[in-house]
Every structure is written in structure tokens, then in C-alpha cells.
Design a protein around this ligand. Structure first.
Ligand code: NAD
Length: 483
């Protein structure tokens, strides 16, 4: 029997006012229906925001440690279910099981850090210019937060937004991606079980194009934390500006890895391949272009090809598979168009480049991990975010050229360098135009380190770790004259 999921509004599972639902299927097996999910309308959004706004009055007055107690209960439940949640995630989004279980597991780590933040919501105390006066700066919760999330990390991203918002004293309306709502339903079941007061966390599902503006433009929403494409981020930024709502925008990337005078080419290739092909390349921080010293290019390309040959592409639930399907046909077609364009523009497909067909492959959209060589910086494949298992290699003749090409992107999310030279490391740390710089390893983040980008990749305080407080809390200044 096919399950039908509902929105979660004011502590109750609530059908959409349209009475309409849509179907989600397993990207690894289009015959498997995951469930039916609400096609919400503007009035459902308004109802959820109103519930969050009413709940804010009491939730924001709790002591931070009292709020942390709810999150602790939630985290225990999450921790107990990581294997089950990972399996569901794999069925909904497609990534291999190990990576899928990694999401709730990483979520537990991030939750634990954020629970500790309840004791660190500190402000400032400054000396006054006057006798008998104390001057303090305190933090206060922003209010209702709209959390808008993409499909590529359907469990971690909602957690990364809702948990720090709740600890800070905000209430939340979560709108997950149209393509991966089930993971959010599963999280809301845990919030319900943990006993959060009605209205503190709400869930609205449906098409971003139908309900997104109503959510980010609702005047009761005081902050919008968004992860997704730059094009939608720009739209949200405009909508939020009309109400002077705060924004935390995490957007696209075209992340470079420079390889320059590095002895361990095999090691560099291993790190780059993980960073490029995990989650079938559908990561905002995926390394998607390598800029290599001409004299090291051949060795590096050979090493990358050898690694790619070992990949096993297939359904993520089967443990031997290391690369799953891409999320849907639309994404797959777009990736294949980029590969075709690279061919047309004169690049070489060194390995891969095909959609896999026949047998199990006909049940989903599977693309070979692809290495594109002889790339020049003007090619679409070298400039635009592909969001699939495609890595380009471009040869460069000087370190200055490598830096210039790395920085020539409109994006500025993550960047990597592999080099044994201290002077190059120093220059890269200083000159790389990105929010996150990785030296001698791939673009893999950690659970307490701030996460975000610059240029077209990010706006507002970084998420994860200590910087989240700057987004979810406002500043209040208090002058107190005692005598
Ligand atoms: P998307 O921008 O299409 O959708 C993201 C979310 O925005 C979805 O929930 C969608 O329904 C919603 N949305 C759509 N229109 C809206 C509107 N008008 N108003 C409000 N919300 C609206 O992105 P996607 O395809 O789900 O995800 C892939 C993109 O996300 C890639 O560009 C990737 O780089 C980016 N991403 C960035 C990060 C990061 O941390 N920087 C992390 C993961 C993914």
C-alpha cells in the first residue's frame, strides 16, 4: 500500500488545502513508489507561518538549556535510527548506502555541537563612559525562520537549518525540495516524538515555484535560510529584501583543485576523485575542475582514470556499488548535454561520458563517472555548475595562471590545492576567492567548522558551527544606569 504523507502544521499532520498529492519514485528503480506528498498552496504556507509565529512567543522565552533538552531528546532518537534513515534516504535520493547513512550520522554530530551552543549564546560587556552604568550587548532570537532546502542532502540540510534555529529560540517552517520530501517527513516524526511544543517546527511540501515566494515573502518570516541554486537564491534575496528579512544563502559552486609541484600524484588523484564523484558529483562543494601543471598532467590523468575504472555504478542499496543514479531524468539529461557540448567544443572524453543502459540501468538514470581532458577555460564544461559525475582537467603553465583560472569563476564556494611548496600554499590561502580552502586534501567539510561561500555561492553568515548564531540571532544593546 502506498503511503500518503501530510504537512506538519501546529503539531498536527495536516492535509493540503488543495487536497492534491504527487508521487515520488526511487531514482534507482522507477517502479518503486516511495509515497505521495502534499501539493501545498499559499494558504497552507500562511497557516504554517502563523503557527510558528504564535509558538515563537513561548519558545523564545524558554531558557536556552530548556530548548537544548528537547534537542537532546531528538538527537538521541536520530542517533538510534541512523541505519533506517540512511536506507530511506538511499531509496528517495539515490546515493550509495554508506553515504546515505553518513547523512543522519553527521547530523547527530552537528546536533551535539549545536546543543552545546545553548551555553555559548553569549554577548558582550563593555565599559561605560559614565559612572554607575553598565553597557551590555545581548543576542535575541530572530523570530520565524523559513528553512528552504535542496534534494542533494535531503536529511543533513534540513537538520543543519532547523536545529541551530531552535536552539537560538527561533521557530521554523521547513520547506524541503519537491524531489525529496520523505526525508523531512521522517525528521518531523522524530521532532513530534521528542515532544517539541506545537508550532515550533512545521513542515510544508510542494513545488517551490508555487509556494516559495509566499513563504520567503511572508512578513512574519524574519529570516530565510536557503540552500539551493544561485538562480533561486537571487530570487529569494529580492523577495526577502522587501520585508528586510535576514538571509543565509548557500548556493552553487564550480570548485577548482590546483595540482602544482606535488610529489604524491596518486594521493592527489584519490582525494580529488572522492571530492568529485561522491553522491554522483551532486554536491555543491564537489571538485569539478582540476588545474594541473602541464608536466604533471599525464600522470594525474592516468591516476584518475585508474580510480574511475574501479567504480561500480548501480543501485545505492546494493553494498558493492560506489556510484548511484542521478536524482532524476531532468538532471541526467542536463548532465549528458554538458558532456555532448564538451565533445563539440573540442575537449576529449578520457573515460566515461555515457548514460548506462540495459538491465537494472533502465530502471533509473545512471551516468558513467566522466573525465574530460584537453579543456580550455572558455568551455561551458569548465565554467558552469554541472552537478553530476563530470570532472575536467585543464593544463596550466604557471602558478599565476592556475590561480587566475581558479578565481575566474563567478562562484566562490570551495577550493583545493595539492602542492609541496609552502610559498604556493601561502599564496593560495591568501588569494583563493572561495569561502572554504582545502590544502592537500579534497573539499570535505567537518561538523564544527563554519560552511559557506562568497561571490555567487553565498550570502550571510556561514552555517555549521559558531557562525550560525550570527544568522539566527539579532543584536540588542542595553544601557543600564544604576545610580
Ligand atoms: P533549487 O534552487 O532548484 O531548489 C532549492 C529549494 O528552493 C527547493 O526546496 C525548491 O523547491 C525551492 N524553491 C524553488 N523556487 C523557489 C522560490 N521561488 N522561492 C523559494 N524557494 C524556492 O536547487 P536544487 O536543484 O534543489 O539543488 C541543487 C543546487 O543546490 C545546486 O546549485 C547546488 O550547488 C546547490 N547547493 C548548494 C549548497 C551549499 O551549501 N552552497 C549545498 C547543497 C546544494
Amino acid at each position: 500500500m502506498i503511503k500518503t504523507c501530510q504537512n506538519f502544521i501546529n503539531g498536527k499532520w495536516t492535509p493540503p488545502s488543495s487536497g492534491k498529492y504527487y508521487e515520488i519514485r526511487n531514482p534507482a528503480d522507477k517502479d518503486e513508489i516511495i509515497g505521495q506528498f502534499p501539493l501545498s498552496e499559499i494558504q497552507d504556507v500562511d497557516q504554517a507561518v502563523l503557527a510558528a509565529s504564535k509558538a515563537f512567543l513561548a519558545w523564545s522565552k524558554l531558557l536556552p538549556m530548556e530548548r537544548a533538552a528537547y534537542v537532546e531528546k531528538f538527537t538521541t532518537l536520530l542517533d538510534e535510527k541512523t541505519n533506517y534513515l540512511g536506507e530511506c534516504l538511499c531509496r528517495e535520493q539515490g546515493k550509495p548506502l554508506v553515504e546515505a547513512i553518513g547523512e543522519p550520522s553527521r547530523g547527530v554530530k552537528e546536533c551535539k555541537y549545536v546543543i552545546g551552543e545553548a551555553t555559548r549564546l553569549q554577548g558582550l560587556s563593555l565599559p561605560s563612559e559614565r559612572q554607575g552604568v553598565t553597557n551590555t550587548v545581548v543576542r535575541e532570537p530572530v523570530g520565524v525562520i523559513a528553512a528552504i532546502t535542496p534534494w542533494n542532502f535531503p536529511m543533513l540540510t534540513p537538520l543543519r537549518k532547523t536545529i541551530p534555529a531552535l536552539i537560538a529560540g527561533c521557530t521554523v517552517v521547513l520547506k524541503p525540495s519537491y524531489d525529496t520530501p520523505w526525508c523531512s517527513v521522517l525528521l518531523l516524526e522524530l521532532f513530534e516524538k521528542a515532544g517539541f511544543p506545537a508550532g515550533t517546527v512545521n513542515l510544508i511540501m510542494g513545488r517551490g515555484s508555487q509556494i516559495g515566494d509566499a513563504l520567503s515573502g511572508n512578513p512574519l518570516v524574519r529570516g530565510i535560510t536557503f540552500t539551493g541554486s544561485t538562480i533561486i537564491g537571487r530570487q529569494i534575496n529580492k523577495t526577502a529584501a522587501a520585508n528586510f528579512a535576514k538571509v543565509q544563502l548557500e548556493m552553487g559552486g564550480k570548485n577548482p583543485a590546483i595540482v602544482w609541484d606535488y610529489a604524491n600524484i596518486t594521493g592527489a588523484a584519490k582525494s580529488i576523485a572522492v571530492a568529485a564523484f561522491a553522491n554522483a558529483g551532486q554536491r555543491c562543494t564537489a571538485v569539478s575542475r582540476v588545474l594541473v601543471k602541464r608536466s604533471q598532467a599525464e600522470e594525474l590523468e592516468k591516476a584518475l582514470i585508474a580510480i574511475i575504472k574501479e567504480y561500480k555504478v548501480g543501485p545505492g542499496l546494493e553494498k558493492e556499488n560506489t556510484i548511484g543514479p542521478v536524482v532524476n531524468k531532468k538532471a541526467g539529461d542536463s548532465i549528458m548535454e554538458y558532456i555532448a557540448k564538451a565533445r563539440e567544443q573540442g575537449a576529449t572524453i578520457a573515460i566515461g561520458g555515457n548514460q548506462l543502459k540495459g538491465g537494472v540501468y533502465d530502471k533509473g538514470y545512471y551516468i558513467e563517472s566522466t573525465l574530460v581532458t584537453n579543456v580550455t577555460p572558455d568551455m561551458a564544461v569548465a565554467r558552469e555548475e554541472i552537478f553530476g559525475p563530470v570532472l575536467t582537467v585543464q593544463k596550466v603553465d604557471s602558478f599565476d595562471e592556475a590561480l587566475e583560472v581558479a578565481n575566474s569563476s563567478e562562484y566562490g564556494l570551495a577550493s583545493c590545492i595539492f602542492t609541496d611548496t609552502q610559498a604556493n600554499i601561502y599564496r593560495f590561502m591568501k588569494e583563493s576567492q572561495s569561502g572554504m580552502v582545502h590544502i592537500n586534501h579534497g573539499s570535505v567539510s567537518e561538523s564544527f567548522m563554519p560552511f559557506g561561500g562568497i561571490k555567487m555561492s553565498g550570502l550571510g553568515p556561514f552555517s555549521i558551527g559558531a557562525t550560525n548564531k550570527d544568522f539566527f540571532m539579532n543584536t540588542k544593546v542595553i544601557y543600564n544606569q544604576y545610580i
